[in-house]
Design a protein around this ligand. Structure first.
Ligand SMILES: O=C[C@H](O)COP(=O)(O)O
Length: 231
């Protein structure tokens, strides 16, 4: 069953989406970029306040693909107790060196999720390399939120290829990128492990605005009834 991931930027928002029974509470600061990070202390505070049963991911920020930047950020974020650490694979930098360095983190039990950006037209061949480096999952998102949504950047057939390639490697799969309520049925049909949202959960579809509980209900209502929570 595909889960619902909701990105939140504070303890207040985390508790709101927890009450809405989202499947993954994703900690990030949308005002700081596509994968803007929250301060480590804030993440630790949110993790401590949520029940152990909550599944929590957090992003390390819009960092350059340099091992000396990524590895410490990943280790610091993992030390907060989040279940998954999300790393954006931005253009440029040294991807092979980053994969080598991150393999060490994965080997120490840190569950890494790679985020590929549909608007950079990623080569899905990298999924096998991610698996070799020990990544637990891979998702597609969009890097530039002003230039279209995931479903505008990629056809359903490409999204299906992505999900199948990742699943073929035994990895968790996620789809996100300015998704709207009306995207949900077609994306659920692709059966990724989760669909991720921020903008669609906020007032006026503005990802830096406040969460809107009615919007969360509306998105959740697209799922089969038995997995719906209460807000
Ligand atoms: O991880 C999911 C993202 O936070 C999605 O954000 P967005 O819906 O604003 O593109």
């Amino acid at each position: 069953m595909t889960g619902l991931l909701a990105s939140v930027n504070s303890l207040t928002e985390a508790l709101q989406v927890q009450r809405a029974a989202v499947d993954i509470i994703d900690l990030k600061q949308p005002a700081q970029g596509a994968l803007g990070a929250l301060p480590i202390a804030s993440v630790a505070e949110i993790v401590a306040a949520l029940p152990d049963s909550a599944r929590i991911s957090a992003t390390v920020g819009d960092l350059p693909m340099l091992p000396e930047r990524l590895l410490p950020a990943v280790r610091d974020m993992a030390a907060t107790g989040v279940d998954y650490v999300k790393i954006g694979f931005f253009p440029g930098g040294d991807w092979p060196a980053c994969l080598d360095a991150l393999q060490a983190a994965a080997g120490q039990g840190i569950a890494l999720i790679a985020v590929l950006f549909a608007d950079t037209r990623p080569d899905f061949g990298v999924i096998a390399e991610l698996r070799r480096a020990g990544f637990r999952g891979v998702m597609l998102d969009t890097m530039d939120k002003s230039r279209g949504s995931l479903t505008e950047w990629m056809e359903a057939s490409e999204l299906r290829s992505f999900v199948l390639a990742a699943r073929g490697q035994g990895m968790l799969t996620g789809l996100a990128g300015s998704l709207r309520c009306e995207d949900v049925p077609a994306l659920l049909a692709l059966a990724p492990d989760y669909l991720g949202f921020r903008g669609a959960l906020c007032r006026e579809h503005n990802r830096t605005a406040q969460l809107d509980l009615d919007r969360i209900r509306h998105i959740r209502a697209q799922w089969p009834a038995q997995v719906g929570g209460t807000v």
